[in-house]
Design a protein. Structure first.
Length: 158
């Protein structure tokens, strides 16, 4: 734990050097120590500035994160709940912070799970050709309510 501030030295720091030596030197209280007191006076006079510099030096410079440049495929799933059947599927291709391509949503009414999986693999292959890199899987899945289905006419919005 750091030592506390000595009030006598703090008030001495406000005086000029000659006055401080006259008051606390051999002719005064006798507490003046030539090897310690000038440094201590400097510290007490500039304490706020020194602490501010020390804290600023301790702060880490913010790290600038570069936006990702790898392509990412985002899957849009239109369904009410996780365990509900799919209403529609769509996809997007993002490279960095820009959307490069959007695959329009397609209704899944009447399609089996295998047919939907085949369609999604075809979408990934198409997006791979678009970005000139192989995409093995979707980077993220976005669950959307069927009421937000962009396909017109839609059986859910009747």
């Amino acid at each position: 734990m750091p030592r506390g501030i000595v009030q006598k030295c703090r008030s001495c720091a406000k005086l000029s050097a000659e006055d401080a030596i006259a008051l606390h030197g051999s002719g005064g209280t006798g507490c003046w120590v030539q090897s310690v007191c000038p440094k201590r006076r400097y510290y007490y006079r500039n304490r706020d500035l020194l602490n501010k510099k020390r804290r600023k030096g301790a702060e880490k410079e913010p790290i600038e994160l570069l936006p990702p440049t790898a392509p990412a495929a985002i899957l849009h799933l239109y369904r009410e709940r996780v365990d509900a059947p799919l209403h529609a599927v769509g996809a997007e291709l993002w490279i960095g912070q820009k959307r490069q391509q959007e695959i329009a949503a397609m209704h899944c009414l009447g399609l089996t799970t295998g047919q939907i999986a085949t369609h999604l693999q075809a979408v990934l292959q198409r997006l791979s050709v678009e970005c000139d890199r192989p995409l093995d899987k979707f980077a993220a899945q976005v669950e959307l309510d069927p009421g937000q289905c962009p396909i017109e006419p839609c059986p859910c919005t009747r």
